[in-house]
Design a binder for this molecule. Sequence first.
Ligand code: PLP
Length: 446
Amino acid sequence: MAAILSESILQDFDPHQLHPLQHPSTHANALVVERADGVYLHTPEGRKVLDGMAGLWNVNIGYGNQELPEAAREQMSRLAYTSNFAGMTNVPSSQLAKRLAGLAHPTLNTTFFTSGGSEANDTAFKTARYYWQRLGRKDKTKIIARRSAYHGITLAATYATGLSRYHTMFGPPLAGFLHTIDPYPYRLAIAQQAGESAGAAAARALAELIEREGADTVAAFIAEPVQGVGGVIVPPDDYFPLVRAVCDKYDVLLIMDEVICGFGRTGRWFGSQHWGLRPDMLAFAKGITSGYLPLGGLQISDAVREVVLSAPASEMWMHGYTYSGHAACCAVGLKNLEIIEGSALVERSRELGAYLLAQLQPLREFECVGDVRGLGLLCGLEIVADRETRTPDPARATAIANACLARGVRTRAVGNSTLALSPPLIITRAEIDHIVQTFGAVLDSS
Ligand SMILES: Cc1ncc(COP(=O)(O)O)c(C=O)c1O
């Protein structure tokens, strides 16, 4: 059967669809993707684009793998779905929970499944509040996040998200969500004290916010290991150990949002492991299935589990989604983890991430490149209007991203004005070279 051409899709069919973050100006020339393999997307007209973003930071094992559809087919023909509410369970969700036990940290052994990252974070916020209610500390309800945080798009996740462009149009903010500064050495939002590192200053800002609000009112602090949508912000190494100490001091739960960083993206199974962190809860999604089916979840520590499960039935944790522990999604998750492990993709991300970062560094020769940073296969090139003042230049970052796409390489302008790279972990050195050459050619001509 002849493929339906992009023009027809965009004119005859797609206008019936409301897209995420849709605006006519960004959607008019949408890329119609008909199929994909490896790191490449293909249009109906045969145009090939190297996907430097792995979809939305999630297609970790790359496109076109045939083992995942086979795992889905096998599971769906046996049992596609059944309720996983208490009183029932299924085989793949139990097995996947067991597989995840201890993978991020020895104290994270219990998983609640969701369909994506926003639901995982909502679950974390409710569980943090529940935890303190159960312990009789009923005023501990506030959630602190960072100003450039992105935690998703459900109502609560929207207001945990610090980036104001995601909420100003939806009316007054939800009460109880606060934001502290980012551990962003290139743009640190407070003055450092004498001898104080950027990481220590950012951790101090968190402590000061907790003090101002009153520790008795703060339930949890949520943070991405590396902030993705906020601009690929890689924290200084001393930041998270200091944050853990602050959380311990003030009895504040630490929620790590590993929705982007989980499953090898940063060169470890989980980003938190770079700093030996002990999260109280850990949210994941995206890379758990490499995006082949929707799945996310929240891991809770043994201590949190103890509090959740010891409640009397009348006060039990009343939380669950229809698709919690979806059998087919969990079967695909299990197979995906097998592939990540069997193909040593975590190690590959570490090695090729270092290569990508090293290849990107010479692009600093271009006046508009203010900073180059990354961890594993998660890198960012910050574009500025002026190097001295570090003035962001979002229009230029978007124009560069568009020009790269025109030359067959997909990147995305995020944060202030940072070009993100988060390719499938199967990417080769030659494909990385192609991305960097394309960036260089575009920067040269812009
Ligand atoms: C760090 C982070 N948390 C949460 C989310 C939300 O996940 P989802 O879109 O699956 O709800 C995202 C999505 O990009 C994310 O980057």
